[in-house]
Design a binder for this molecule. Structure first.
Ligand code: ZN
Length: 337
């Protein structure tokens, strides 16, 4: 295997490779760009026109997706997986990955779309670098013909979920969510998609809004330590990614039956240190909450009461910093037009 295929190993020991560029036997090029960043270019004349950004480890302890990305890269570096797409592999937070933590000082996935400029520390610098690497990747694509831009930002959640694998589809002004991309997610084993309706500060929101990629945050199950991910089934996603990489994706069935669509009813914002979330610490994502339920209380008698029928909670986290989102109330969304 080409040494650059060992991006994860290099990253976990914090080493820079001596040779930055290597070629596979058939002429695909691997180029190390920065810590945790590697670009793959297909052999000359074999480019399908897809620019595929695969990121994992934006939260350092989300090992199942990191291992998935690692397997794909190993396949390419061994010459077993034959790339026909340009690919950028990004491991998001190397320092947190080495420590097995979600983050060191602050959550990188709340630092995109310029938010890093209002902050400091190495996670803010890393968010800036990830923006730069992804911008360069998409903007340096060769040729004059329009290319397809796709970004999957792969995560596992802190908690269990009533719906094991789901996606967040970002929002940008005047842009419709794509039925084709939803069909692709369904084929990749994703059971539900949250259609967002406002701008956000996550990595996929950045690539969607600023770089006009089709971009998704994929939540793939519960976070566990390296080597303990048997419970997370990524086979459908892995098979779909292999197809995309090798340009042999089966035709998509655009019937979205069976794919649950949700929209955001409200974001629960923590305003002060008095914030109290009235949920069990181990509550699962997509747990339904009854109308009238007092979800949270905060300073000055502020109360968050569930008013929406069929509301469910995702990403409840009372430990976020003041001013940040402590959970999202979602509701079933009407069918796409
Ligand atoms: Zn995450």
């Amino acid at each position: 295997m080409l040494a650059l295929g060992k991006l994860l190993e290099l990253t976990l020991v914090g080493r820079e490779p001596a040779a930055k560029i290597q070629l596979t036997a058939e002429g695909a090029r691997l180029r190390w760009l920065a810590e945790g960043a590697l670009e793959v270019t297909p052999p000359a004349g074999q480019d399908s026109g897809l620019d595929l950004l695969l990121s994992a480890g934006i939260h350092g302890n989300e090992t199942a997706p990191i291992e998935l990305v690692d397997r794909l890269l190993h396949g390419i570096a061994r010459g077993e997986l034959k790339p026909r797409a340009r690919i950028l592999f990004l491991l998001g937070n190397p320092e947190a990955m080495r420590k097995g933590e979600r983050y060191i000082e602050q959550d990188i996935n709340r630092l995109f779309n310029g938010r890093h400029e209002q902050s400091s520390g190495f996670e803010a610098l890393r968010a800036c670098e990830l923006e730069r690497l992804s911008t360069t990747f998409f903007n340096q694509a060769p040729g004059d013909t329009p290319r397809e831009r796709l970004h999957y930002d792969l995560h596992t959640a802190i908690r269990g979920s009533k719906i094991e694998q789901f996606a967040l589809y970002p929002w940008r002004e005047g842009c419709q969510h794509s039925r084709r991309e939803l069909a692709r997610l369904k084929a990749a084993g994703v059971a539900a998609v949250l259609l967002q309706s406002k701008a956000s500060i996550t990595f996929s929101s950045f690539t969607y809004a600023q770089l006009e990629a089709e971009a998704f945050t994929l939540e793939l199950g519960k976070a566990r330590a390296f080597g303990q991910n048997d419970g997370v089934n990524l086979q459908a996603l892995e098979a779909r990614l292999q197809c995309l990489i090798e340009n042999r994706e089966p035709a998509l069935d655009e019937d979205l039956d069976g794919l649950q669509l949700f929209s955001v009813a409200r974001e629960i914002i923590k305003h002060s240190d008095s914030f109290q979330l009235h949920l069990q610490p181990d509550i699962e994502n997509f747990t339904e909450l009854p109308v009238g339920f007092v979800l949270a209380e905060d300073i000055a008698g502020m109360r968050w009461v569930v008013e929406e029928k069929g509301a469910r909670i995702i990403f409840p986290n009372p430990k976020v910093k003041n001013g940040l989102r402590a959970g999202i109330l979602v509701v079933p969304s009407p069918e796409l037009p």
